[in-house]
Write a protein that binds this ligand. Sequence first.
Ligand code: ATP
Length: 455
Amino acid sequence: MSEKIVSLEDIVSLAKRRGFVFGSSEIYGGYAGVYDYGPYGVELANNLKNAWWKYMVQQRQDIVGLDSGIFMHPEIWKASGHVGGFSDPLAECNNCHTRIRADHTLEELGEQADEKMSTEQLNNLFDKHRTEIKCPNCGKKEFGEVKNFNLLVKSNLGNFSDDMDDNPVYLRGETCQGIYVNFPNVVDSSRVKVPFGIAQIGKAFRNEISPRQFIFRTREFEQMEMQYFTNPETELEEFEKLRQYRWNFYKTIGIREENMQWHKHENLVFYAKEAYDIEYKYPFGFKELEGVHARGDYDLGAHQKGSGKDLTYFDPTGNTRYLPHVIESSVGLNRMFLAVLSDAYTVETLANGESRTVLKLHPSLAPIKFAVSPLLRNKPELVAKAHEVYDMLSKNYMCEFDDNGNIGKRYRRQDEIGTPKCITIDFQTLEDGTVTVRDRDTTEQTRTKIENIAG
Ligand code: ATP
């Protein structure tokens, strides 16, 4: 069996054809930067969230969960620095007004344009390349100066005046602010002791100027974040543990290690102690999947100042009081989804020369665990038995009842959605209670007693 290199188009096409991911509002011509997750997509997304939650909360005595609101007091985003500084550097085409990310464009031209650069420095670099930078829309090379554009999405929640910009309330740009502001609530109401973490999964919104690469960069996305509060003295020690722990997570969900790498941030923002990204080798190259950062006391410090409330922690072990330092793990569910699909997508040429597309998902992530079929759909006794097996398995597993008469087609479909096992009920089943179990990866078929199907 040989394998072919996967392209982003292959993945987008399978995702749509098989009901994993749809473009938003398609019948209205589409809506940029938002995607909808179809019947198999929502299963895969839920399985990823469950795997993350189990690993980050259930299996950790020192981490608890949280679900904070999408809307929060607008002062939170001022205190955190987002109102003033959460921005992307953009340049606008003077001809057609298309805006581009100046930093991304410069990186594509081989320059190092990082987040620490001032607008003036970016403008100088941009000027150096001005004659090469073509508008992706109209093709003219007439960009204006680079300006910062804030990424926060505004709403008029609770605002009944006509002016939307009058005291805007923001849709959260990241989930972790909800964690920081609940730090004192969690300390006061649960038995946690520093070092401990708070984990949260939820939607976040950013006015990305150029949403692209399918679900990699979108305006509405879901984050899975864990903020770990440490004694300042052990911050970096805990950080190394968290880095290792997060790397190992991807192994537990079956991501191939050779497709992952660490990227160390060389130019750190002023408060950061260390910052690394886990990058995944997407079909468009190695790109940030997750950030693991040591953030010092910046976050609690900012909210202590912004709210005027004391957020220090009394540590009974050393009889000391301090502002905990934060280390964080932050990953986009959608980026993880795309990494998992890219890693699992396989096209094999079989010994007989035919090719098959198979999603070799880790079984725990597969949207459907068992496809159950009667050998013939016009034999009521086989159909009834197949329903019985379906009812038994579906109590514990996501199953699909598939009575498409053509077995070849059925297997092809189940391979493409990554179903680990296909169960067929035939005449022998009625006699001895055994079924045929066909394995997705080996394509081998074995006979198994019904009660042993789930192993
Ligand atoms: P990038 O540099 O790619 O814009 P970032 O460094 O701004 O990302 P963070 O603010 O650190 O990202 O967000 C943490 C995580 O949230 C990222 O590692 C990524 O997985 C996810 N994420 C951020 N922005 C988006 C987006 N627009 N679409 C999907 N996921 C995102």
